[in-house]
Write a protein that binds this ligand. Structure first.
Ligand SMILES: Cc1ncc(COP(=O)(O)O)c(C=O)c1O
Length: 488
């Protein structure tokens, strides 16, 4: 493929030997700088184990793992899809993996070129004008976006009254959390019976409130976390702008519309991308990720520093941005995630990215049509990349909860879907098959759920006490989280 030599070249030109300035290297060995009272008098009591035993121990442990490489992960709102291995190969090239953030930019032209190019591609995909790559994940992207909202209102001398961020009740929990963390008040906007924003309630929320506050921004996710496309998005954008607020777009679900529709064309002013979801980087367990933020040109002056600028044919990191919201991440973000996303975009190309969206939507609708025979969908009609089932009636007739069904799926070799989210749906089960699963896998998953329904009718205790085949049985998860034990 063409991508590989190009990336290798970028990697080579990003290489350097100098890592630390000489003045930072201590003159005496470290052990001489530590007081005698801190030094060991005996060697550590390390276990004496032979190599085969150690290898077997760790290989066995690794075999207990669930991962996208071993199992289907229908985890709604998380986009756990296949990550092409070429992305990892590129991120492992010496010139990228061996980079040190303190290298002078004259030695990092390759990676800076890649980052600048990635900014351009993300702007093209999102329909935006400028971009920062520094967000370390979706939630930090939201936080950066809201800092930009605040900076914009401050420049217009409206910061004191623009206190509210309007968030639909279907939003991912990070949206209200980011708004609160940025010092705004969260104003909840209810969804209508179709799962989309209730435009009349939005209009009310956009008005001046009795406490004297005005809206600073509206946060939308499109398609939203119920898997529905917000058909009134252009009306939402117009109303938001007429009210003097900005429209923020949570791009975590972009794999449903990428190459088909662009948030910038819908009227959104700021957006974040979840590179570790849409652009296929292995993620989970809290990271690592990347949440670049793209904006329309009038917000460009507020973007975080450093920015990547071209001067005399050289790329440099620039801090000359008087209106910038400042630094939001140490150094330049999670750079190797950026290399993976860039590789993915180049190897997919324009038509490939479009096909991603088509397949994500096709897979979700196929699986939904199969599961509809078992459980009703919370918001009927076609979905985008994911859908939400409600097991409310099923629980009434069998006494088996969504939680139990999710646990029983583990016995069938499937990771459990997202459950009890969104909170607006009772006994919710949220399924996102993603674009990279085959029809056979989707059928096997639907068959397993059908089997679990049968079991729930004939032997509900079997389901209520699941899982039975995993290394550990059902845990008290709240206790496990509160009393963390990472050793035995
Ligand atoms: C719709 C939506 N927004 C925001 C986020 C937050 O992204 P991150 O987990 O990278 O912080 C997610 C994550 O699942 C999401 O699904």
């Amino acid at each position: 493929m063409k991508t590989e030599p190009f990336l290798k070249e970028l990697s080579r030109t990003g290489r350097t030997g100098v890592l630390l300035p000489e003045s930072d290297v201590p003159e005496r060995p470290l052990c001489e700088l530590v007081g005698d009272e801190h030094l060991r008098t005996e060697g550590p009591n390390l276990p004496e184990v032979d190599q085969p035993t150690v290898i077997r121990h760790f290989v066995r442990l690794s075999q207990l793992n669930y991962s996208v490489d071993t199992h289907f992960y229908p985890l709604g709102s998380c986009t756990m899809k296949h990550n092409p291995k070429v992305n990892d190969q590129m991120a492992s090239l010496d010139g990228f993996a061996g980079l040190h953030p303190l290298q002078p930019s004259s030695t990092t032209q390759g990676i800076l070129r890649l980052m600048k190019e990635l900014e351009r591609l993300l702007c093209l995909i999102g329909g935006m004008d400028a971009c920062t790559l520094q967000g370390a994940g979706g939630a930090l992207g939201e936080f950066i976006g809201l800092l930009l909202v605040r900076a914009w209102h401050r420049q217009r001398r409206e910061e004191a009254s623009r206190r509210r961020i309007l968030v639909p009740d279907s939003a991912h929990g990070t949206n209200p959390a980011s708004a609160a963390r940025c010092g705004f008040r969260v104003h909840n906007v209810p969804s209508g019976p179709d799962g989309c924003i209730d435009v009349d309630r939005l209009k009310e929320a956009l008005e001046l409130q009795p406490d004297g506050t005005l809206p600073a921004a509206v946060m939308v996710t499109n398609p939203n976390t119920l898997g529905k496309f917000e058909r009134d998005i252009e009306k939402v954008a117009d109303l938001t702008h007429q009210a003097g607020a900005l429209l923020y777009y949570d791009g975590a679900n972009l794999n449903a519309i990428m190459g088909k529709a662009r948030p910038g064309d819908m009227g959104c002013d700021i957006m974040h991308f979840n590179l570790h979801k849409t652009f296929s980087t292995p993620h989970g367990g809290g990271g690592p990720g990347a949440g670049p933020v793209a904006v329309k040109d009038f917000l460009e002056p507020f973007l975080p520093v450093p920015t990547i600028e071209e001067r005399d044919g050289q790329l440099v990191l620039s801090y000359e941005k008087p209106l910038s919201v400042g630094r939001v991440h140490s150094f330049y973000g999670n750079v190797l995630v950026l290399v993976r996303a860039y590789t993915y975009i180049l190897s997919m190309g324009r038509t490939g990215l479009r096909k991603v969206s088509e397949d994500a939507v096709l897979n979700a609708n196929y699986l939904m049509s199969r599961l509809l025979r078992l459980f009703p969908v919370a918001f009927p009609g076609l979905c985008k990349h994911e859908f939400v089932l409600s097991l409310r009636e099923f629980k009434k007739t069998t006494g088996v909860r969504t939680w139990d069904v999710a646990k029983r799926l583990l016995d069938y070799g499937f990771y459990a879907p997202t459950v009890y989210f969104p909170i607006t749906v009772e006994e919710a089960m949220m399924v996102e098959p993603t674009e990279t699963e085959t029809k056979e896998t989707l059928d096997a998953f639907a068959d397993a759920l059908a089997q679990i329904v049968q079991e729930s009718l004939s032997n509900p205790d079997l389901v209520r006490t699941a899982p039975h085949t995993t290394p550990v049985a059902r845990l008290d998860e709240a206790k496990a989280a509160r009393e963390l034990k990472v050793h035995w």
